[in-house]
Design a protein around this ligand. Structure first.
Ligand code: GCW
Length: 678
């Protein structure tokens, strides 16, 4: 059934002409199976070529005809060793794909330094066929720009996924370690196909139980499934575990007993999982325990854990998403305020994981001012793939443009070109460790991600973690071709629809730099009027600050002065409403309703126009989709159509509720000709 389970690895038969052309370059397959990674690589090539071409080329061990495919490393394959290709600078994950002559025969070689690189190369090779590209004269060389490419699962041990909209956790802790759901290997294949090499199995709001022997047995079993695919396992840990599990009276990071407890725990973990990746930690944020509970700082906490992991080569990923019990004057400033002074104070095996924006995964935020501000501390990007603030499972919002916008943003810390991408790929400040994390959108739904189009966000995350300078449009096109069809009459309109979809959400939810107007707690639907407890900085009115005079959060020098956290040229730009990009206007400024926008319209009219445009965009998306039913299977076609109908209804809800509320505050008439909802 076309239920989306196969993700972008569908491998359905290609058209006969195309298959015929490819078969000339797939006459025999030479790939070892001496290691688990070689074995899964071989399986994937057989499965992929078998599916796409109708039957897989025969396995053999020498090249005897034109069209052989040889995959391996110089160490594992004498054939490849003979070619004397230079592979040294490929590292563990890089690969070459080349059309060469072997024994007088035209041959395609997929070469890495390590089995894992060869596996990535095999997936790339299959992708060429899946996206209808020529494989006749190949000369490709790929290495990842970012070392750690991880999914953060916010999965609780009871199976619930925090902010998950695709069913329950795929980790069946109850049946682990004895039953290994085949889905784990399919999860690993999907990740490996886009270069993801780490999985944080459990929620950052962590349960200490994950570190008990009972659970470590289960973690070990999962690590065993993921390992052949080059994926290392990480765990979120609760900072107070020495109290909860160890019976200690304190979790003070400077207490020798606490340090001993963590060292012993780390030693124990590595007996279960010798290649364990390390810890992810949310500390002193939203009520989680942390070093500040003992008067210590984040570096004290992170370094203590880093010292416990260092003998085993493990790392600590410490989150910068913090805000304290005491309400700050401006929550957007807090991560920078707490972490910037600690630059250079972290151990070499600590990475600081920073959300893309200063608040919290909104449909649009300016980039976090921490990027560029900590040259001596490796900063890792945290994106949210699950759409907590962008319509959960149903709304079609392709996040590629959101990720790309952040990565391409210029911090200006070392002049023009100091992009966020260059911060996190390490090239700007010379970081030794680099990483990108995505909060996973994966659950037990047959389609994994809650909708077919949500799969694209998982895909885009992986592709950008491998190479943050890829274009989100090119990624969308790859994904559409692999997931649905290579038919140009389908690809073009669907890619266009995807590319506009996130901006549509911004327009109907939070245009012009507005943020955090979603329903309290659950974050679904509009609630800009909400001003209830428990704290003001969890309420929409705190963020939009609309009154009869105007709207917006004053973060310029006359307000919270959050602008000062950016490099001087940007600070000056953002400090001046006239120079601030309009898409971020109300993020940085509180402005009168009759403020003149670049269009010449008043701010009030422009706001209404954006809300309306958002709804119109979704109408247009439905229209586009309506014309495409003949190109794909009915099953997926209909679910997308139904979800788009939900999205239109809810875009309308957002528009009407938001305009009605803001009008009740502004007291201004609607623009002439304003069309009431139909
Ligand atoms: O976005 C907010 C979410 C919380 C989440 C928190 C975080 C895991 O609403 O559910 O908790 O961020 O990132 O820690």
């Amino acid at each position: 059934a076309e239920d989306g389970y196969d993700l972008w690895l569908r491998y359905r038969p290609l058209g006969s002409a195309q298959a015929e052309t490819y078969r000339q370059h797939a006459s025999q397959l030479i790939v070892g199976a001496a290691t688990p990674t070689q074995t899964v690589t071989r399986q994937e090539l057989l499965r992929g070529l078998g599916g796409l071409l109708g039957h897989a080329p025969p396995l053999s061990d020498s090249v005897s005809s034109d069209g052989a495919i040889v995959a391996g490393t110089p160490a594992s394959s004498p054939l490849i060793a003979q070619l004397r290709l230079s592979t040294k600078d490929l590292g563990r994950d890089g690969y070459l794909i080349r059309s060469v002559i072997v024994a007088g025969h035209a041959t395609t070689v997929i070469v890495g330094n390590d089995d894992v690189g060869v596996m990535y190369g095999a997936f790339h090779f299959l992708r060429l066929l899946q996206t209808a590209q020529s494989i006749a004269h190949l000369d490709l060389r790929e290495t990842p720009r970012i070392k750690l490419r991880v999914l953060d699962h916010w999965d609780n041990l009871d199976g619930h996924v925090e902010r998950g909209y695709a069913g329950n956790s795929i980790w069946d802790w109850q049946k682990l370690p004895d039953w290994l759901d085949p889905r784990y290997a399919d999860y690993a294949r999907a990740n490996a196909s886009i270069g993801i090499n780490g999985s944080v199995l459990n929620n950052v709001n962590a349960n200490a139980q994950i570190l008990t022997p009972l659970y470590l047995e289960k973690v070990k079993a999962l690590a065993g499934v993921l390992r052949p695919y080059g994926i290392r396992v990480f765990l979120s840990v609760r900072f107070s575990s020495p109290i909860e599990l160890g019976g200690l009276k304190t979790a003070d990071p400077l207490d020798p007993q606490v340090q001993r407890w963590w060292r012993a725990k780390a030693d124990e973990i590595y007996q279960y999982v010798p290649d364990f990746g390390g810890f992810l930690v949310k500390a002193n944020s939203e009520g989680q325990p942390g070093p500040q509970d003992y008067g210590r700082n984040h570096a004290d906490g992170a370094n203590m854990l880093a010292d416990a992991l260092a003998p085993h080569g493990g790392i600590v990923i410490w989150r910068a998403f913090v805000y304290s019990h005491e309400q700050p004057d401006d929550r957007a400033k807090q991560a920078y305020t707490e972490f910037k002074p600690l630059d250079g104070r972290f151990r070499a095996n600590v990475l600081l994981q920073v959300k893309n924006g200063p608040i919290d995964f909104q449909p649009r935020e300016p980039f976090s001012p921490l990027f560029g501000a900590m040259p001596k501390t490796p900063l890792m990007m945290e994106f949210q793939i699950t759409k907590e603030y962008l319509g959960f499972a149903t709304h079609l919002a392709y996040l590629g443009p959101l990720f790309e916008e952040t990565l391409r943003a210029d911090t200006m810390v070392q002049g023009k070109g100091s992009t966020v991408a260059r911060v996190i790929d390490g090239s700007l400040h010379g970081y030794a460790l680099t990483g990108m994390a995505g909060v996973a959108n994966i659950g037990t739904d047959r389609n994994w991600a809650g909708s077919d189009f949500n799969q694209a966000n998982w895909f885009a995350f992986g592709r950008l973690a491998w190479n943050p300078s890829l274009s989100s449009r090119a990624i969308a096109e790859e994904w559409v071709r692999m997931t649905f069809s290579n038919d140009e009459a389908f690809v073009k309109p669907v890619v266009d629809m995807m590319m506009g979809s996130r901006e549509a959400v911004v327009d109907y939810m939070t245009p012009l730099g507005l943020h955090h107007l979603m329903g309290n707690g659950h974050h679904y639907g509009p609630q800009p009027w909400y001003d209830g407890g428990p704290r003001a900085d969890w309420t929409p009115v705190y963020y939009h600050r609309a009154d009869s005079h105007g709207i917006g959060f004053d973060r310029d020098s006359s307000g919270s002065n959050a602008v000062a956290q950016y490099a001087a040229p940007l600070a000056a730009q953002f400090n001046d409403a006239a120079q601030t990009p309009e898409q971020d206007l109300l993020w940085f400024h509180h402005l009168p309703w009759d403020y003149r926008m670049r269009s010449g319209q008043t701010l009030w009219y422009e706001l209404v126009a954006h809300y309306t445009r958002g709804v119109d965009e979704v109408k247009q998306m439905r229209e586009t989709w309506r014309g495409l039913d003949s190109h794909i299977d009915a099953e997926r076609y209909q679910q997308v159509a139904a979800f788009l109908a939900i999205q239109e209804k809810e875009a309308q809800w957002w528009r009407d509720a938001s305009i009605a509320y803001f009008q009740s505050v502004s007291g201004l008439p609607l623009p002439p000709g304003f069309a009431p909802p139909q």
